[in-house]
Design a protein around this ligand. Structure first.
Ligand code: TRP
Length: 443
């Protein structure tokens, strides 16, 4: 079966799909609000350090495991670990659990983009005065339409995932990523011309380390894992579809570089606007959805910008949701022999229930909290700040200490020896050590 596993057709396909998974709501919605609640500049520096020192080595580790085993996360540990890696397969359990939790709350936010897209088309987004935007947002997220759009997202996601790897995933990503990028750059230039641009840039780029505490560091680490789709086996399963000729280190660096660039551009779009329109940088998950309409409707042809933006954001979210589903779908079909169709149905069924709970946590279930967090916040926190870094730590330990060095070198060929040594050093000591330290300091 492994023999006729499909490959991505082209090198652009490889980059577009991995970047397609990485770039999504994590960059455009989650990064600005995490940076906003955690003080801006200092958060950004710690975030970039996490990407460089932990993120890139862990992407390489996932790539190596995926392509060397040509399996899903369970199969990868089973094939590569000595004696079938019984214990190691539990990392796969983490992967599935994390991806289900993330898909559940992610679908809710992706659903918000449908609402904003439709409102842009209907012209009603502009009809709300800036001062009432918050009320309108709360009314929408507290109502039934928010649940409906979550269901629609999961339906769309099912349809694409059923289309299979090449036709479904690759084609959508190839076209979409470049288009989104051009739009973002245009919006960034527009934001730089706003009167609050200087204060916005100062907030984002001038670090003030006096406000840094362990929650800022854990937040930056979680954001790095979330944004790069790391620690759950996503990059692993995608690498299992790479051709033997794909250069792994270069692809890892390109993915991390582009993903970080998109997050930075999103910051440059949002923060000048936050300071121009008097929004609160620490507003949390609603930040971007409240500020964006003000940006668009100050531009000539606002409805067109806003429609285009939410359409592309919706599509970018879908290239991410499919990569989350792929973790469980590949597991169910490869390890349990389930048909792809059944696997997709089972995964979607579970996420449908959990996603509905997340959607309702802005309305009827808003008073139901665990440790002061609503269901939506809890899923995000547990998956991003605990499960993903933990998964990443175990994957680095595995590749650094257990996997044969020869396999590692062979997959990463033609990377220079010195770089290989540096990567292994990071996977053995730095990445797992830093993650463990951040956990310990936080507790
Ligand atoms: N990285 C994506 C984003 O930034 C989200 C994502 C896609 C993801 N696949 C994932 C997160 C797998 C965790 C695991 O929007």
């Amino acid at each position: 079966m492994t023999q006729n596993r499909p490959h991505f057709a082209t090198r652009l396909g490889v980059i577009a799909t991995t970047v397609g998974s990485a770039v999504g709501l994590g960059n455009i919605w989650r990064f600005p609000y995490e940076a906003g609640t955690h003080g801006g500049g200092a958060f950004l520096i710690i975030y970039i350090a996490c990407i460089a020192v932990i993120g890139i080595p862990v992407i390489c580790a996932e790539f190596v495991m995926g392509r060397a085993s040509r399996r899903n996360i369970f199969g990868a540990f089973r094939t590569l670990a000595p004696r079938g890696g019984r214990w190691w397969q539990s990392v796969g359990v983490l992967g599935i659990l994390g991806s289900v939790l993330i898909l559940s709350f992610y679908s809710v936010v992706a659903g918000w983009t449908i609402e904003y897209l439709l409102q842009s088309l209907a012209g009603t987004l502009d009809a709300v005065a800036s001062s009432e935007r918050q009320i309108a947002f709360d009314r929408f997220t507290g109502g039934w339409r928010c649940v409906l759009w979550t269901v629609v997202i999961l339906g769309l996601n099912c349809a694409i995932v059923l289309g299979g790897v090449r036709k479904g995933i690759e084609r959508v990503s190839n076209l979409l990523m470049p288009l989104l990028f051009i739009l973002l750059v245009t919006l960034a230039v527009n934001s730089l011309l706003l009167p609050g641009a200087a204060s916005g840039l100062e907030f984002l780029f001038r670090p003030d380390f006096s406000t840094v505490d362990s929650s800022v560091i854990l937040g930056a680490l979680g954001q790095a894992f979330f944004s790069l789709s790391l620690g759950l086996g996503t990059m692993m399963i995608y690498a299992s579809y790479f051709s033997p000729a794909t250069p792994l280190l270069k692809s890892a660096a390109t993915t991390a570089g582009l993903d970080t660039l998109v997050a930075l551009i999103a910051g440059v779009i949002i923060f000048p606007a936050v300071f121009t329109f008097g929004a609160e940088p620490a507003a949390g998950p609603k930040l971007v959805f409240e500020v964006l309409p003000d940006i668009f409707y100050r531009m000539p042809g606002g409805a067109v910008w806003s429609t285009l933006f939410f359409l592309l954001l919706l599509l970018a979210s879908l290239t991410s949701t499919i990569s989350m589903s792929e973790i469980s779908v590949a597991y169910l079909s490869e390890q349990w022999g389930m048909s792809r169709r059944k696997a997709v149905a089972l995964n979607s069924g579970i996420v449908l229930v959990l996603g509905t709970l997340c959607a309702l946590s802005f309305g009827p279930l808003s008073d139901f909290t665990v440790c002061g967090k609503t269901i939506f916040e809890l899923f995000d926190y547990v998956a991003s700040n605990i499960i993903m870094p933990l998964g990443g730590m175990l994957i680095s330990v595995f590749v650094g200490w257990v996997l044969k060095r020869q396999t590692f070198d062979l997959e990463l060929k033609p990377a220079p020896r010195m770089l290989l040594n540096a990567l292994v050093f990071s996977l053995r000591f730095i990445a797992p050590g830093a993650i463990a330290l951040i956990f310990i300091v936080y507790i």
